[in-house]
Design a protein around this ligand. Structure first.
Ligand SMILES: NC(=O)c1ccc[n+]([C@@H]2O[C@H](COP(=O)([O-])OP(=O)(O)OC[C@H]3O[C@@H](n4cnc5c(N)ncnc54)[C@H](OP(=O)(O)O)[C@@H]3O)[C@@H](O)[C@H]2O)c1
Length: 265
């Protein structure tokens, strides 16, 4: 009996492990570590990013570890007309990738963005509009095929507005709500369609280089390994990394505004 259950779990994991993945924002420190942790489990990588020099470096790192790697140019501010999924299918010889990970974003200095509508618009364009536009294309392609894993990096910051960084938090909160909806839609359609909303806490990466005080920062290696396990596994839903951010943010959501006045991190 136990062996039968273990066998069933194994089959499910095997079915979900992607053999190809499109990673958008592949030069991000977290995405790079995720890709490295997926080598061996995933055979083909399509890496899309803006900085071609960094992109080649990441592609070389994966290549020397035995992965087959393709690269695509992607700038979140200039891609409305481009079907990145179709481009990925082309470089993969006519097959859509099994999974898509969307990782790109910017974290502006709060004091710079709080009174600057042009900068605010740019942040929303990169963090929200481009991501939801991509997700819509993924939705269409994956639903037509009937299977696929969509993973998007959001943030614990999306769970509660704070005195600082609330534009960034809002830009991620929109992703959480959208992905909740897609997840419910896909649950009604097929067990082969899966949505992961990935919610890391603080991570030491170039994005947070200007952040002076971080609460319990994790390394990109640890977060990337956790994301790789989620993508190769069978679970879906909002996933906190590390897991204990879930109860912390559940409490944060219950705090009254007067208590939040003192939360500066
Ligand atoms: N670090 C944290 O504490 C933390 C916590 C929670 C969630 N996250 C999320 O994790 C994800 C990865 O961030 P990270 O920490 O790994 O930071 P990162 O290393 O700074 O990566 C950010 C990535 O976004 C890309 N990007 C920015 N603007 C772009 C544009 N217009 N077009 C295309 N790509 C663009 C950057 O590309 P270039 O190299 O071209 O600039 C870079 O690859 C982000 O979604 C972030 O919000 C981070």
């Amino acid at each position: 009996m136990l062996l039968a259950i273990l066998g069933a779990c194994h089959v499910r994991d095997t079915v979900m492990t992607p053999s190809s993945i499109l990673i958008v924002g592949a030069t991000s420190a977290i995405a790079e570590q995720t890709a490295l942790a997926l080598v061996g489990r995933c055979k083909q990588f399509v890496l899309a990013a803006r900085n071609q020099e960094r992109l080649s470096a990441v592609a070389t790192l994966l290549g020397v570890r035995g992965a087959t790697v393709h690269t695509l140019a992607y700038d979140a501010e200039h891609m409305q007309e481009v079907d990145l999924l179709a481009q990925a299918r082309q470089v993969l010889g006519g097959e859509l990738p099994d999974a898509v990970l969307i990782a790109h974003a910017v974290l502006p200095r709060h004091e710079e963005v709080v009174h600057d509508p042009i900068l605010a618009h740019r942040v929303l364009e990169i963090n929200t509009v481009s991501v939801l536009t991509l997700c819509t294309a993924v939705c269409r392609h994956f639903e037509e095929r009937g299977r696929g894993t969509l993973a998007v990096i959001s943030s614990v910051a999306a769970d509660r507005g704070r005195v600082n960084n609330f534009l960034y938090a809002a830009s991620k909160a929109a992703l959480d709500v959208y992905l909740d909806g897609v997840r419910l839609r896909w649950k009604l359609r097929s067990s082969h369609l899966r949505v992961l909303t990935i919610k890391p806490g603080y991570v030491r990466t170039p994005m947070t280089a200007h952040v002076e005080r971080m609460l319990f920062p994790a390394t990109p290696e640890r977060v990337g390994a956790a994301i790789a396990r989620l993508i190769a596994g069978h679970r879906d839903g909002r996933r906190y990394i590390p897991w204990w951010w879930r109860p912390i943010m559940a409490i944060a959501r219950l705090l009254p505004d007067r208590a939040m006045l003192y939360v500066k991190h």
